[in-house]
Design a protein around this ligand. Structure first.
Ligand SMILES: O=C(O)CCC(=O)C(=O)O
Ligand SMILES: [Fe+2]
Length: 169
């Protein structure tokens, strides 16, 4: 059973535009919550946490910690200790350092989600470069499509301007 609770302080006697606006905002939150619950209840994804330790290279030059790649899964939520090292590649091929502020997470789209939304969100190529004397730790939560499902972009996201990028097999 799906159960969603949200605080709706609606006073029908006050149907001014401000009230209607906040009512619509609250309902939109509810709409998002329900859609998320439906997706989760379909059980099409599982989650895995991977913790990485990058030994201090004790060099001043950058050393490769993790080779360039895109994540094959749906979504990655990454946090790291205060030793930076994650780099992402722009569509022009340049690398730049992702330097998240403390206590924040880096969220990356994976290839499966890229295919599902027919390219309207991009999976970024990323790598880890490390230098210096400090150990780097990161923890990545991956949401992974379960085996046995076919990823197919919805028809609404396919048109002449956005041809189908991946054929569902
Ligand atoms: O350690 C990091 O910051 C990145 C890890 C990563 O990209 C991965 O595990 O796929
Ligand atoms: Fe990755």
């Amino acid at each position: 059973m799906l159960y969603a609770e949200i605080e709706l302080s609606l006073s029908l006697s006050l149907c001014g535009s401000k009230t209607m606006h906040s009512y619509t905002e609250k309902l939109s939150e509810l709409d998002q919550m329900i859609r998320r619950m439906i997706l989760e209840s379909l059980g099409t994804t599982s989650r895995r946490l991977r913790v990485m330790k990058y030994a201090a290279p004790r060099t001043t030059d950058d050393q490769i910690g993790l080779a360039p790649h895109t994540d094959k899964i749906f979504l990655t939520i990454l946090c790291q200790n205060d030793v930076h090292g994650l780099q992402v590649q722009t569509k022009h091929g340049e690398w730049f350092s992702a330097r998240p502020s403390p206590n924040s997470f880096t969220v990356m789209i994976g290839d499966s989600l890229y295919a599902w939304v027919n390219g309207s969100l991009h999976s970024l190529c990323h790598q880890v470069m490390i230098s210096g004397n400090e150990v780097r730790y990161s923890a990545a939560l991956f949401s992974i499509p379960k085996g046995g499902y076919i990823i197919k972009a919805p028809n609404e996201l396919v048109d002449e301007e956005h041809p189908l990028l991946f054929q569902a097999l």
